[in-house]
Write a protein that binds this ligand. Sequence first.
Ligand code: KIV
Length: 271
Amino acid sequence: MSLQNNKPLTTISSLNNLKSKSEKFTCLTAYESTMASVISKAGVDVILVGDSLGMVVQGHDSTLPVTMDQLIYHLECVVQGNQGSHIMADMPFMSYATDDLGFENATRLMQNGAHSVKIEGGEWICKMANTLAERGIPVCAHIGLTPQAINRIGGYFVQGRDTNKQDLMIAEAKALEDAGAAMLLLECVPDKLAEIITNELKIPVIGIGAGAKTDGQIMVIHDLLGISCLESPPKFVKDFMEDASSIHDAIEMYVKSVKSGSFPAKEHTFY
Ligand code: KIV
């Protein structure tokens, strides 16, 4: 693992520490070494090697085609460029469909340089989160809009708009924390629901399209750079290149905006 500038590695305890001090932290996706280097040098706390690479790198219309071997290839590239950020690796579609598969694939990601793994799902992933956590693998549980389930959900819609769904999501979040998840990621949920979950959980909560109250924020790097693969980017996306003079500058602006609480703003939030 490269730590050329001797920047201390961001760990799960650093993120817990930031949450305890009510300090916001930043996360961005990366898929290759140069961008990982720029992102980590700009002070981003967490780099996600996301299965969004299926859309923004490979050009598919969902994350489903991404394989374990492809994810590991991109993870290895990111590890080369990283300079102290915490590297979270996504477990691709069906790579944790059974306990044995999940255990084996999470092990591969950790052995190739990930510091934690991310899995999508609700209550059904509690057992997996517990098995991995007990064996020393920190897990980020991803709930709300879960893109790997897009064919069941039917589209990229905001989740948890009605009271029943909200109660279910709060219960899922607590169950995942109790099961041993080290972090929670909330995608596309109303800000009030995200605020309740963030306040009720002790573990750090990361948001995308979840308002400004979560402990951390995450964005897909292509969205931040204004080169979204979608015709009209989602409401929660901000093109930081609009006011920046370079990619480095745009990423630093993102870090400053999240830390100061000015991003996401009202226009990026679902109510
Ligand atoms: O794969 C990814 O980039 C993600 C983010 C959208 C959170 O899961």
